[in-house]
Design a protein around this ligand. Structure first.
Ligand code: PLP
Length: 405
C-alpha cells in the first residue's frame, strides 16, 4: 500500500464547481447568480474608485517597502478598523479593552477566533459552537478544524421566507449557560434575513441572561443599508450592553479587496489588563499560523480610514454598490409581481438585504433554472443580487416565472 492510499477524494467546492460550469457554458444569455462578489451593471468586477486612488498614492511613495508587518498587523489599519466597526464613541475603545489583530480577511478572523476559543474559552460542558441554520458553509469546517463541534440554531423560516425569531430565541434560552453563539452582524449569508433592531435587543437580553458568548461575523458592513454605521448597530448595541463577545471583520466586499485578504479580529475584553493578555496570546497564535499578515490591502484601508476626504469617497462608493443592489431588488420584485404576475408572493425580494436573496424556490426549481435557462445558482435557491443587471434582469425574471408556474 502507498502512503497516501488512505486519503479519500474530496468533492469539489460547490460554489467553485458552479462557477466552472457557468464558465464552460457557451450560451450567450447565461447568468451567474452563484458567486458572492459584487459586479457592476456590465457584470464586471468593480475596483472601487477610492481604492484605485489610494493605490496610486501608495505606489507613488518612493519610501514604500515590502518589509514584514508586525505580527498583529499594520497598527494604523488595526486601530482604524476597530473604530470603524465599534464606533468612534465606543466605550470599549475608550477603556482601551479591545484586543485587535489583523487577519487573513474574514475567513482568517473566523479561524483565529475559533482557534483562540478552542484554547482558552472555558466551555462549561461540551466544546460546541451554535451556528445559524443555514449559515455560510465554511463556518462548519472552520470550527471542525480546531476541534469545536457545531450545532445549529433555528434562524430561517421557509414558510415566511423570513426570520424564525421564536425558534432562535428558544434556542438561546434552552442552550446551557455560557454557550458560544455565532451571529451574522448584518446582511446574513445566505438568507439576506436580519433581525430588526428591536429583535436584536431581545436577543442581547437572552445572551445576558444565559451569559452566552457572541461571535459576530461582519463580512458585509455597509452592504446591507449602504451605511457603515447603521450596519454596525447590532455589534455596538451588544458592546454597550456588556455581552462578552468578539468580532470578525472583513473588508473583502465593502472595499472590493477580495483577493487582497484584508480583515481583523477584535475581542472585547472586560478590562484593559485582560485585553493585553488576550492580545499577547493572539499574537502567539498568529505567529505560528501566518507569522504576519499581508501588507498591501491593509495599507490601502489605513490610508482611506485616516484621510477624511478618501473616507467620504469610500462611503459614496459603498452607496453605489448598495444602491445598485437595492435597485435590482425593486425592479425584480416589480417585474414578478406587476408585470409577469408570477404565482406566489415575492415581497421577500425587497425585504431581504445585502448581497444575497433566498428566493424560496425548491432544489428542483433551482436545477431547472440551470438546466433549462442557463441561470446558475446554488441548489438552496440563493441568488446573488449583484449578478443581476439592467441587461439580464428581464431574462432572469422570465426564467424564474417559468420554473415556478
Ligand atoms: N463570513 C461570511 C458570513 C461570509 O459570507 C464571508 C464571505 O463570503 C466571510 C465570512 C469571509 O470572507 P473573506 O474571507 O473573503 O473576508
Amino acid at each position: 500500500a502507498e502512503t497516501w492510499d488512505i486519503v479519500p477524494q474530496a468533492p469539489p467546492d460547490s460554489i467553485f464547481k458552479l462557477t466552472a460550469a457557468y464558465q464552460a457554458d457557451p450560451y450567450p444569455q447565461k447568468v451567474n447568480l452563484g458567486v458572492g462578489a459584487y459586479r457592476d451593471d456590465d457584470n464586471k468586477p468593480w475596483v472601487l474608485p477610492v481604492v484605485r486612488k489610494a493605490s496610486h498614492i501608495l505606489l507613488s511613495d518612493p519610501t514604500l517597502h515590502h518589509e514584514y508587518l508586525p505580527i498583529t498587523g499594520l497598527p494604523e489599519f488595526v486601530s482604524g478598523a476597530a473604530r470603524l466597526i465599534l464606533g468612534d464613541d465606543s466605550p470599549a475603545l475608550a477603556d482601551d479593552r479591545v484586543a485587535s489583530v489583523q487577519t487573513i480577511s474574514g475567513t482568517g478572523a473566523n479561524h483565529l477566533a475559533a482557534l483562540f476559543l478552542s484554547k482558552y474559552y472555558q466551555f462549561d460542558g461540551e466544546r460546541v459552537v451554535y451556528l445559524s441554520d443555514p449559515t455560510w458553509v465554511n463556518h462548519f469546517a472552520i470550527f471542525e478544524n480546531v476541534g469545536i463541534k457545531q450545532r445549529t440554531y433555528p434562524y430561517y423560516d421557509s414558510k415566511t421566507i423570513g426570520l424564525d425569531f421564536d425558534g432562535f430565541l428558544a434556542a438561546l434560552q434552552s442552550a446551557p449557560g455560557r454557550s458560544v453563539f455565532l451571529v451574522h452582524a448584518c446582511a446574513h449569508n445566505p438568507t439576506g434575513v436580519d433581525p430588526t433592531e428591536e429583535q436584536w435587543e431581545t436577543i442581547a437580553q437572552a445572551f445576558i441572561a444565559k451569559k452566552h458568548y457572541a461571535i459576530f461575523d461582519s463580512a458585509y458592513q455597509g452592504f446591507a443599508s449602504g451605511d457603515l454605521d447603521r450596519d454596525a448597530k447590532a455589534i455596538r448595541y451588544f458592546v454597550r450592553r456588556g455581552v462578552p463577545m468578539l468580532v470578525c471583520q472583513s473588508f473583502a466586499k465593502n472595499a472590493g479587496l477580495y483577493g487582497e485578504r484584508v480583515g481583523a479580529l477584535h475581542l472585547i475584553a472586560p478590562n484593559k489588563e485582560t485585553a493585553t493578555r488576550v492580545r499577547s496570546q493572539l499574537s502567539v497564535l498568529q505567529r505560528s499560523e501566518i507569522s504576519n499578515p499581508p501588507s498591501y490591502g491593509a495599507r490601502v484601508i489605513a490610508l482611506i480610514l485616516g484621510n477624511p476626504e478618501l473616507f467620504e469617497e469610500w462611503k459614496a462608493d459603498i452607496r453605489t454598490m448598495a444602491d445598485r443592489i437595492i435597485d435590482m431588488r425593486k425592479r425584480l420584485h416589480s417585474l414578478l409581481t406587476n408585470e409577469l404576475r408570477t404565482p406566489g408572493n415575492w415581497d421577500h425580494i425587497v425585504n431581504q438585504i445585502g448581497m444575497f436573496s433566498f428566493t424560496g424556490i425548491s432544489t428542483a426549481q433551482s436545477k431547472a433554472l440551470i438546466d433549462d435557462a442557463h441561470v446558475y445558482l446554488t441548489s438552496n435557491g440563493r441568488i446573488s443580487m449583484a449578478g443581476l443587471n439592467s441587461k439580464n434582469l428581464r431574462y432572469f425574471a422570465e426564467a424564474l416565472d417559468r420554473v415556478v408556474r
